[in-house]
Design a protein around this ligand. Structure first.
Ligand SMILES: Cc1ncc(COP(=O)(O)O)c(C=O)c1O
Length: 280
């Protein structure tokens, strides 16, 4: 099997696992209706308390109910609840957020940020950009790995990757508002810019791209990550957490211990090495 097919198989397997390898949890929906203030617990409609160990879908990085994010949304809703980003329009929160994201992404210098509503939209938009101009570009999907989850602000910092394009979403707003973004390298943004200028404007976007309320919430989330030293906290906690969770690996009720990122990554690297040696 070629290395390419091998890697493709790995990607497909991991996507399939994401959606398929889940145990049926329970027959009736668990109706969650309250999050703990500044904490990791959520409550169902009967008042039963749950530890939200997945942080929603790996996204509520600031817990079930962070009042500062609610306040940021309320303030922006009272000021300018919506404006679009077409035809050279923008809003203050969207500009400030783009600037902040470019500052905190330090694996390499990036040129521009385009906002989307989700990680999927960010990934789909990048595929279109790649097909247009280049044969091969490195796209880093940081939808779950960004904002301290791996003990660095981005996964690219941890693994010394210098991508051409980066997708972010989820913890960008701690998932309190739907928002995603694409970071684009200066070389690519220059190509897009010069072509768009010829046509009049850059016409890719969504109705809610750069939504001011979502941007205001995301800005506040990024501020809190810095204030609370999220990256250092994850570095301090993760060895103990990983050791603790490994001790459950033999339990019959554990189906998906692959979520421990260290192990997962190592095994992926091992498979790639095996495929490489088969192709020598
Ligand atoms: C790695 C990765 N990329 C992209 C996505 C899609 O993001 P969204 O659900 O915001 O469209 C997900 C969702 O879980 C993801 O885990």
């Amino acid at each position: 099997m070629s290395l390419f097919l091998g890697i493709l198989r790995l990607v497909l397997l991991s996507v399939a696992q994401h959606f398929i390898k889940q145990k049926p949890v329970q027959r009736y929906p668990c109706r969650l209706n309250k999050g703990e203030k500044r904490g990791s617990y959520v409550y169902d409609s009967n008042g039963k308390k749950y530890l939200d160990a997945l942080a929603g879908l790996w996204c509520t990085a600031l817990g079930g109910n962070e009042p500062r994010l609610v306040e940021a949304a309320t303030k922006q809703l009272n000021k300018l609840p919506f404006y679009h980003s077409f035809w050279n329009r923008t809003t203050r929160p969207s500009l400030d957020l783009a600037k902040e994201i470019l500052e905190i992404f330090t694996a390499r210098k990036m040129g521009k940020v385009f906002f989307t509503n989700s990680g999927s939209e960010a990934n789909d938009s990048q595929v279109q950009a790649v097909i247009k101009k280049y044969d091969i570009l490195f796209i880093a999907d940081e939808v779950i790995t960004a904002f301290g989850r791996l003990g660095t602000m981005f996964g690219c910092d941890k693994y010394h990757i210098q991508p051409d394009l980066v997708s972010i979403a989820k913890a960008l707003s701690s998932a309190y508002m739907p928002i995603g973004a694409i970071l684009v390298s200066p070389e690519i943004s220059e190509v897009i810019h010069s072509q768009s200028s010829k046509l009049g404007s850059f016409s890719h976007g969504f109705t809610y791209s750069g939504h001011p309320v979502a941007c205001a919430v995301a800005l506040e989330a990024l501020k809190i990550y810095k204030e609370r030293n999220i990256v250092e906290k994850v570095q301090a906690i993760s060895p103990r957490f990983q050791n603790g969770i490994k001790s459950f690996s033999e339990s019959p009720i554990i189906g998906e211990l692959i979520i421990i990122y260290g192990d997962r990554l190592r095994s992926t690297e091992r498979i790639i090495e095996e495929l490489k040696s088969q192709n020598k």
